[in-house]
Design a protein around this ligand. Structure first.
Ligand SMILES: NC(=O)c1ccc[n+]([C@@H]2O[C@H](COP(=O)([O-])OP(=O)(O)OC[C@H]3O[C@@H](n4cnc5c(N)ncnc54)[C@H](O)[C@@H]3O)[C@@H](O)[C@H]2O)c1
Length: 284
């Protein structure tokens, strides 16, 4: 079978689905693999690396699409590329089914088979394909690293003869896979970490990582039977906003990971709350 992958729109997606390590696995399974030239150059994977593995590197994406039976992507390719897909082609990726509903319906009507891996059930048997957990884990870690890079002060408490610098205070909103990794990473680097979630089962997990859990007063049970968050009531949202507005006065870094499956991420930090934070920082 012939597998291909097309260049991603690297303004919004820098990851690629076929690294040389992954390519090696496909080749050893007997697949024929084609990629566009410069496919992984922005990540430091040169064309030479792919050529040495016996992969065909092509200039023309139209040809790549035409020849492939399976196309593996991160995001959904743009409309021009999709218009070149013909019947029975298989597209595998993280296709953002919520935002791309119409485009995916259109592909379905053309008998193109799409697999969107973020919809894969997170059962033990499918764990090696659980892209949500592996990517959330990395995102939680990276969010902390990026935030600490722009934060101009010390992260751990620094006690010197000349005085003491307090530890950075981090607030993590949402304590699922990404949030818990963010808490663990920030703690390891010496920050004081606060976290909140609508699922009360996450309280124990936050505390076991050394975080301080902020419980929204009057919090109802907002967890589904499968362990995910439900949409919160207006009353709950108001209480959460009050708690966070107060908490933000002493916070240096906020990391938002809150999500409700199949919906747009809730906007928990409102502009006016952020203004408060700015005033506090500029008053220092
Ligand atoms: N069975 C498995 O293999 C498996 C794998 C990964 C995760 N899980 C479980 O799935 C659950 C969800 O994890 P996830 O990381 O995919 O979650 P997610 O990415 O869907 O959401 C992130 C977090 O945001 C929280 N959240 C939603 N709305 C919020 C709000 N208004 N305020 C604050 N927090 C809010 C959610 O409760 C969740 O903890 C967890 O219980 C996790 O342990 C199971």
């Amino acid at each position: 079978m012939r597998i291909s992958s097309l260049a991603e729109n690297i303004k919004i997606e820098k990851r690629i689905s076929v690294t040389p390590e992954i390519a090696k696995k496909y080749i050893s399974l007997g697949f024929n693999l084609s990629l566009p030239k410069n496919y992984g150059a922005h990540l430091g994977f040169s064309d030479d690396e792919y050529l040495k593995l016996g992969i065909n590197l092509l200039d023309n994406e139209e040809e790549i699409i035409k020849n492939a039976e399976i196309i593996i992507q991160l995001g959904l390719p743009d409309d021009n590329k999709l218009s070149l897909f013909n019947e029975n082609k298989i597209l595998i990726g993280s296709l953002n089914t919520l935002l791309n509903k119409d485009k995916l319906e259109n592909l379905k009507s053309k008998s193109i088979n799409c697999f969107s891996l973020e919809l894969l059930p997170r059962i033990t048997r499918a764990q090696s394909m659980d892209i949500l957990s592996s990517q959330a884990n990395l995102a939680g870690y990276k969010a902390v690293i990026e935030a600490f890079k722009v934060y101009e002060r010390a992260i751990p408490m620094m006690m010197t003869a000349a005085g003491t610098i307090p530890a950075a205070k981090v607030l993590v909103i949402g304590a699922g896979v990404a949030g818990l990794q963010a808490i663990a990473t920030a703690k390891r680097m010496g920050a004081v970490v606060f976290a909140t979630d609508v699922r009360m089962t996450s309280k124990e997990q936050v505390e076991s990582l050394g975080g301080k859990f902020l419980t929204v007063e009057g919090s109802e049970n907002l967890e589904t039977e499968s362990g995910y968050a439900k949409e919160a009531s207006e009353d709950f949202k108001k209480k959460q906003e009050e708690l966070l507005t107060e908490t933000l006065k002493k916070i240096d870094i906020i990391i938002c990971t809150a999500l409700i499956p199949g919906r747009e991420a809730p906007k928990i930090i409102k502009e006016e709350m952020f203004n408060n934070l700015q005033t506090w920082i500029s008053n220092l």
